[in-house]
Design a protein around this ligand. Structure first.
Ligand code: FMN
Length: 198
């Protein structure tokens, strides 16, 4: 399965480590893009994409969207920031407006599978993950991608906090989420430590 991994953290940290684990799954042939290395032009709400196909920006984000349907799947990783996805992720997601606004101008896309990987410093806020997941799901719907589920690791804060066991479980969950054909996707896979401290 040919997969594009998109990492949204501004640092080389935990969510990127999860993404690396996911892309190391033997059934996955992965390519990784770190959004922090790109020039991130946010949507201008210029309205041009309502009249003409595509985005007014001809930049690195547009280049990713141009290639999105070349892959069988997308694995997207982000830290939780203030109960949501990181700003880098949101800039990238908002740029999908060309697909929403241009849905009458563009061919109906063939969707690959999509999986979300999320880490958060706090331990007892699964609602933060739900917020991030809802945003990601809306993005998937807009682009015709099949959301397969998300993997959530709470209580992972400092770089290097991920344990070998968590990495192993991430690989296994991604393998399960990426296999499977159409039909009803599995419910979100939530794994990680849910101890009583926050
Ligand atoms: C600006 C900022 C906001 C954060 N907000 C939250 C938060 O709302 N909830 C939480 O559990 N952790 C929060 N964290 C902690 C990060 O989610 C945590 O450090 C995570 O491991 C970072 O992932 P990364 O290593 O992939 O960047 C925040 C960290 C930063 C820098």
């Amino acid at each position: 399965m040919r997969v594009l991994g998109i990492g949204a953290s501004p640092r080389k940290g935990n969510s990127e480590a999860l993404l690396d684990e996911a892309l190391s799954v033997p059934s996955i042939a992965g390519e990784k893009i770190n959004l922090r290395k790109l020039t991130l032009n946010p949507c201008l709400s210029c309205g041009r994409c309502e009249r003409e196909p595509g985005c007014v920006f001809k930049d690195e984000i547009s280049a990713i969207y141009d290639r999105l349907y070349d892959f069988d799947g997308i694995i997207f990783s982000s830290p939780i920031y203030f109960g949501s996805l990181a700003a880098q992720a949101k800039v990238f997601i908002d740029r999908a407006q060309f697909a929403w606004a241009g849905r009458h101008l563009l061919p109906r896309p063939r969707g690959g599978k999509a999986v979300l990987l999320v880490v958060a410093g706090m331990r007892k806020r699964p609602d933060f993950f739900r917020n991030a997941e809802e945003i990601f799901k809306i993005w998937c719907i807009c682009l015709g991608l099949e959301y397969r589920g998300g993997i959530y690791f709470p209580g992972v804060d400092a770089v290097g906090d991920l344990t070998a066991d968590q990495r192993r479980r991430a690989r296994e969950a991604v393998r399960l989420l990426c296999q499977g054909q159409g039909g009803s996707p599995p419910s979100s896979v939530e794994i990680g430590e849910q101890r009583n401290s926050s």
